[in-house]
Design a protein around this ligand. Structure first.
Ligand SMILES: *Cc1c(COP(=O)(O)O)cnc(C)c1O
Length: 376
C-alpha cells in the first residue's frame, strides 16, 4: 500500500459490534483478567487505541512494533535510556532538538552515562564513537537550521559495531523520510508536531523491531508516560490526513523558500530543498520531499520581533507542524536555555526565524511575508 492509503486504513480497529468504519474509543482502565494473557492496562501500553496508533506509524515507517507516549520527550528519553546505562557512552549531534540536548546535559552525569556531542555530519558522528558507545542519536533535518546528515553512513557504521541507532524523524515525518529502510534501528517522533498536525495535542511515538520494542516497552512501563484513549483516537484521526497535509506543506515550503531567497531583505534561507543548500544532495538521496520547515535570517536593517509583529496571517508560536503557518525566533524560544556563546557556535543568531509552513494557499502566505518585509 502507498502512504496515502496507509494513513487512512492501517491499524484501524474493526468494530464487529456496530460495524462502524472508525476505531471506537476504549476508555477502560480496568479489564477482566480471567482466561487471558496480556490483560490491557493504559500504563502497560497495550490498550486497543494505543495499538491502533502504533500499527499506523509502523506501517508508515516500515517498523515491526512500537510504543506511543504522552510526549515526544517521553518517547526520546525512554528510547535512549532503554539502551544506555551506567558506564555506557552515547554519541549525539551538536544540532539537536533543545529538549534532547537539555535532557543529556542535565541528567546523564548523575546516571553515570558518558556522552559526546559531535558536529552535524556523518563522519564526525562516527568518529565520536568509543568502545563504550551503545547508542548514537541523530536528527535530520535539524531544528532550527535544517542541516542534513547522511543516514545510511551512520546506520552502516553503527550496525557493524552493534551500536543502537536512534533518529528523531519529527521534522521529516514518515511521509518524507523512512530511516529504518536506510539502516537506522529506532525512529522517534514528537507526534505533537506533524502526526498530530493541528497544534492541539502532546504525544510521541517510538517504532523499531519487535525485539527492541520489548526493551523500550519494559522501561516505558516503569517510567509510566502513557497516552490516554481519547488522545490516541485524536492522533489516529489526525494521521488519516498526514500524507495530504505534509505533501501540501512541503510544496508550500519550497515555494516560500524560493521567494525568501530572492528577497533583498532576507540575508539567508535554510531549506534542504534549495539546490544550492549544503545538504541538498544528501537530502535528495534520502528524502521524498523536503518538508514543511524552513528558517531564514533577516537583513540587519530589520528587527526580528518587529517583523513578526507585522505578520497578519502567520502567527508567532513556538510549536510546529500544524495546519496553520507559525513562526518563531529560536534564540528567545526553543534555544533560550542555551548560552549565547553556545547559540552563536551552532549558528542560531538573534535574527534567525524558524518558519513552520502550513497548508494555506502559498500566494496568501507570500503576500503576508511581503507586506511585513517591505514595510518601512
Ligand atoms: C517538539 C520536538 C520534540 C519534543 O516533543 P514534545 O512532544 O514537545 O515532548 C523532539 N524533537 C523535535 C525535533 C521536536 O520538534
Amino acid at each position: 500500500m502507498k502512504k496515502e492509503t496507509q494513513c487512512v486504513h492501517s491499524g484501524t480497529y474493526i468494530d464487529s459490534l456496530t460495524r462502524g468504519v472508525n476505531t471506537p474509543i476504549f476508555t477502560s482502565s480496568a479489564y477482566d483478567y480471567l482466561d487471558r494473557d496480556n490483560c490491557p492496562y493504559p500504563r502497560y501500553f497495550n490498550t486497543p487505541n494505543q495499538d491502533v496508533v502504533v500499527k499506523k506509524v509502523c506501517a508508515l515507517e516500515g517498523a515491526e512494533d512500537g510504543v506511543v507516549f504522552g510526549s515526544g520527550m517521553a518517547a526520546m528519553s525512554t528510547a535512549i535510556l532503554a539502551f544506555a546505562g551506567s558506564g555506557d557512552h552515547v554519541v549525539l549531534m551538536d544540532e539537536l532538538y533543545g529538549g534532547t540536548h537539555a535532557f543529556v546535559t542535565d541528567e546523564f552525569q548523575r546516571l553515570g552515562i558518558g556522552y559526546s556531542f559531535a558536529p552535524t555530519d556523518a563522519e564526525s558522528v562516527c568518529a565520536a564513537a568509543t568502545e563504550r558507545t551503545t547508542v548514537i542519536v541523530i536528527e535530520t533535518p535539524t531544528n532550527p537550521l535544517l542541516s542534513v546528515i547522511d543516514i545510511c553512513k551512520v546506520g552502516a557504521f553503527a550496525r557493524e559495531r552493534g551500536i543502537t541507532t536512534i533518529i528523531d524523524n519529527t521534522f521529516a515525518s514518515p511521509i518524507n523520510q523512512n530511516p529504518i529502510e536506510l539502516g537506522i534501528d529506532i525512529v522517534v517522533h514528537s507526534a505533537t508536531k506533524y502526526l498530530g498536525g493541528h497544534s492541539d495535542m502532546c504525544c510521541g511515538v517510538v517504532v523499531t523491531s519487535r525485539e527492541k520494542t520489548g526493551r523500550v516497552r519494559t522501561l516505558a512501563r516503569h517510567l509510566g508516560g502513557s497516552l490516554n484513549a481519547m488522545d490516541c483516537y485524536l492522533l489516529e484521526r489526525s494521521m488519516k490526513t498526514l500524507a495530504l497535509r505534509v505533501g501540501r506543506q512541503s510544496e508550500n515550503a519550497l515555494r516560500l523558500a524560493e521567494f525568501l531567497k530572492g528577497h533583498a531583505r532576507v540575508s539567508r534561507v535554510y531549506y534542504p530543498g534549495l539546490p544550492d543548500s549544503p545538504g541538498y544532495e544528501i537530502a535528495k538521496s534520502q528524502m521524498k520531499a523536503y518538508g514543511g520547515m524552513l528558517s531564514f535570517e533577516l537583513d540587519e536593517r530589520l528587527d526580528a520581533s518587529e517583523f513578526v509583529k507585522r505578520l497578519r496571517l502567520i502567527s508567532p508560536a513556538v510549536s510546529l507542524g500544524g495546519v496553520e503557518s507559525t513562526i518563531c525566533a529560536p534564540a528567545v524560544t526553543s534555544h533560550v536555555k542555551m548560552s549565547a556563546v553556545e547559540r552563536a557556535r551552532i549558528g542560531v543568531t538573534d535574527s534567525l526565524l524558524r518558519f513552520s509552513v502550513g497548508i494555506e494557499d502559498a500566494d496568501d502566505l507570500i503576500q503576508d511575508l511581503e507586506q511585513a518585509l517591505n514595510r518601512e
